[in-house]
Write a protein that binds this ligand. Structure first.
Ligand code: 5AD
Ligand code: SF4
Length: 486
């Protein structure tokens, strides 16, 4: 793009040699937000309309939380949020855990290009996990030159700085870091829901499961200091938040590498002591690190929700070993028994991969056996996706598609029928529901969740949103309930 095409030429004074650019964070980023705001406000004056942005999130809860940070920064920069991707700045916060996630993003970038051709002020950004992959960067450079800014998972906090560079130069900016140098606290943040929030307790993953790309794109494990987590939650509660979701790729190894180590069980107890908070969820637990102390903490902490997500991946010892999961089928089943003994009515959910390289019929039957024995309340089932750079991708015993499809369908139907049976068992009970939103299909209904994470629809209006109310579960419709307020 040549200079004449840059519609945001900056007329103020800014040079990288500026001595007034703070060197410490987050002050430095607030400085850049102020500078971007000057440019945006000037443009708004000139055009006589707001400059809009839209952040589209792909993937997991971590990305959803990062998007709240991106939105917070953009609002501080003077942009106005839009519901539509036909906006002046669109950011794709991407996921790369499975290949179809990548393909979806590339397809949609083409659509954005169409908007950009009609709007000379439009900028397009791509960030998140895909940006950490060299192959993606090469492809963007070669085939998607209309993308203006690219940054990775380690420098989300630098959005304003990157944006300023783009706005004041004719070049697009690609700023992807291989390592996370720090955790920057106290940046602006715009929550999607007023009454619930995700909280990062740690970043990255050290486990290197053989199929998984996450450790390569999210880096090594880094835990936040407990004090920072607790004070963030206290601020959220003061702002109306009733439910928090503590986020990490492997929350059970939280705090091990802090200067003063703190366990996840200890953190859970500290969070449980926060006045005014009603519900605590967390995601994700690795079975190998789930301690007895954590089971005790879950049983004792009244605010911890009645739900545990415990990814199985496979029921075959041979595959579990190859996957580098560090537990056997029997160890997993023993853990489930221990949890259920202590918390009998806990809802258990899981992740399962079908079609991992070398998976035999016998291996798959082992997975089915665990599913039948554990009786999960629900399960996310994934078809194995080859991620380049991971050990499993190098194997030459990849499974044919038709075999995978048959196994996948069988697993899904078993998971569904067990889930329905489990859900049915709660019908007729009266349980607390946190009301989250107006039902998308039927405006006379609101939708909320039980502590076990099941969805409930009931008659009601927007005044109920954010409230925890007792609801009679009138009818089970498979994966959700129809209920009525009591
Ligand atoms: N193929 C399929 N599923 C995967 N997951 C992670 N990597 C892959 C892959 N390459 C699944 C795992 C994990 C969940 C978040 O995504 O089940 O728990
Ligand atoms: Fe991936 Fe395993 Fe880390 Fe989960 S624990 S993010 S599956 S490497």
């Amino acid at each position: 793009m040549d200079r004449s095409e840059n519609k945001y030429e900056y007329k103020g004074s800014l040079s990288t040699a500026d001595t007034d650019i703070p060197v410490t964070e987050p002050e430095r980023q607030y400085f850049f937000m102020g500078k971007v705001k000057e440019i945006i406000e000037e443009k708004v004056q000139e055009l006589g309309r707001p400059l809009t942005f839209h952040v589209t999130t792909f993937g997991c809860q971590m990305n959803a939380r990062d998007s709240e940070k991106l939105r917070g920064i953009l609002l501080k920069c003077g942009y106005t949020e839009s519901d539509s991707e036909d906006a002046d700045l669109v950011l794709y916060n991407t996921c790369t855990v499975r290949e179809n996630a990548d393909n979806k993003v590339f397809g949609r970038l083409g659509v954005l290009h169409g908007y950009k051709k009609k709007n000379p002020y439009m900028m397009i950004g791509l960030c998140g996990c895909m940006a950490q992959e060299d192959v993606v960067i090469e492809k963007l450079k070669k085939s998607y030159p209309f993308v203006d800014i690219v940054f990775g998972t380690h420098n989300v906090y630098m959005l304003a700085e990157i944006l300023l560079e783009r706005l004041t130069s004719e070049k697009k900016v690609i700023d992807v870091r291989q390592k996370a140098d720090r955790i920057v606290e106290n940046l602006p943040l715009e929550r999607k829901y007023s009454f619930k929030s995700g909280i990062n307790i740690m970043f990255g993953c050290n486990n290197f499961c053989s199929y998984c790309i996450v450790p390569y794109v999210r880096g090594r494990e880094r835990s936040r200091e407990p004090e920072a987590i607790i004070s963030e939650i206290k601020r959220l509660v003061a702002d109306g938040v009733k439910e928090v979701m503590l986020l990490g790729q492997n929350v059970n190894s939280y705090g091990k590498n802090l200067e003063n180590p703190v366990s996840f069980a200890e953190l859970l107890r500290m969070v449980n002591d926060i006045d005014g908070l009603d519900r605590i969820r967390f995601m994700t637990s690795h079975p190998k690190d789930l301690s007895d102390d954590l089971i005790d903490a879950m049983a004792e902490c009244d605010k911890v929700c009645n739900h545990l997500h415990l990814p199985l991946q496979s029921g075959s010892d041979r595959l579990l070993k190859d996957m580098n999961r560090h537990y056997t089928k029997e160890q997993y089943l023993t853990l489930v028994d221990k949890i259920r003994e202590r918390i009998p009515d806990i809802a258990l959910t899981t992740d399962i991969i079908v079609g991992y390289p070398g998976e035999t019929d016998e291996d798959f039957e082992e997975t089915m056996d665990v599913v039948n024995r554990v009786q999960y309340d629900s399960a996310f089932t994934f078809i194995y996706s080859k991620r380049s750079g991971t050990p499993a991708a190098k194997r030459d015993d990849q499974i044919p598609e038709d075999v995978i499809k048959a196994r996948f369908d069988r697993l899904l139907s078993t998971v569904r029928s067990i889930g329905e049976k489990k859900a049915e068992a709660l019908t007729g009970q009266t349980l607390p529901v946190l009301v989250e939103e107006i039902n998308k299909q039927d405006q006379s209904l609101v939708t909320g969740r039980l502590t076990n994470n099941s969805v409930v629809h009931l008659k009601g209006d927007s005044s109920l949103i954010g409230q925890i109310i007792d609801v009679h579960l009138d009818e089970c419709k498979g994966f959700y309930y129809l209920g009525s307020k009591v």
